[in-house]
Design a protein around this ligand. Sequence first.
Ligand SMILES: [Zn+2]
Length: 297
Amino acid sequence: MKIQLIEAYKQPKNYSIYVVITIIILILIALCVLIPITIKNKGEIAKESQKQDENAIAMNTTNSISEQTPTEEEKNLPILTETGMQNISNIYCSEEKVAYLTFDDGPSESVTPLILDVLKNNNIKATFFVLGSRVELSPELVKRAYDEGHYIANHGYSHVYKQIYASPESILAEYTQTNDAIRVAIGEPEYQSHLLRFPGGSRGSAYEDVIQQSIELLKTNGITYLDWNALTGDSEGKKTKEAMLQRLQETVEGKNSVVILMHDASDKILTYEVLQDVINYLTEQGYRFGNMYDLIK
Ligand SMILES: [Zn+2]
């Protein structure tokens, strides 16, 4: 009886041992099953991320290859096609109101950076007809203008009429000399603006004959030219902002497409001072601002 009682007393204790053992076994089984799964998952995740890394490296490699050898279009280098030539010759035939801001005779340390600031604040891309001799003095300003999306065009090298207009060949030589200076300044050995503005304009000067003779020679070298049909009079001795705005209004009136002549030479601080008013006036008159990149392509 005593033994039976002891057995009966021991019985529950034995059961609890079995229960504990069973739990431990289950835990061990669970661990045996789960640990490899976890390890497998980790492996897969690691493999996955390795794959992603490889893909990223592959993409970067592709990008760096295209960065090394970008096409002219990717580099935003101007390309002058027959259509581009026609676009420039038909620039005044536009049915919509477009204003092209152009600045000649720069760059200059005192005026060009201020003009670039105003253009940046208004998100307007302009065209700079630079002089080769001044590009060599301030290449960083040409680089800045180019990097900020402005069109860097050509105004010859010397701006000395007797020199540049000695012959059609000397006009081409000044264009090339300036283009070389632009290439160095912006760090693009293949840059070619294709666009010349004759100092003094193509018409009405004592050099008109030689200028007209040079047009065919320039064309065979992939170069076209552009004058203007509106101006602020900043090179006509206008002494106040009001006088400049007046001159602008007179020359813009009744025209859809306006190519506006201004200057960013060192003595043209008034051109900078009136520029915001010029932009406001043209905006009020319903003009959008165009860029040579829209035409030369
Ligand atoms: Zn000029």
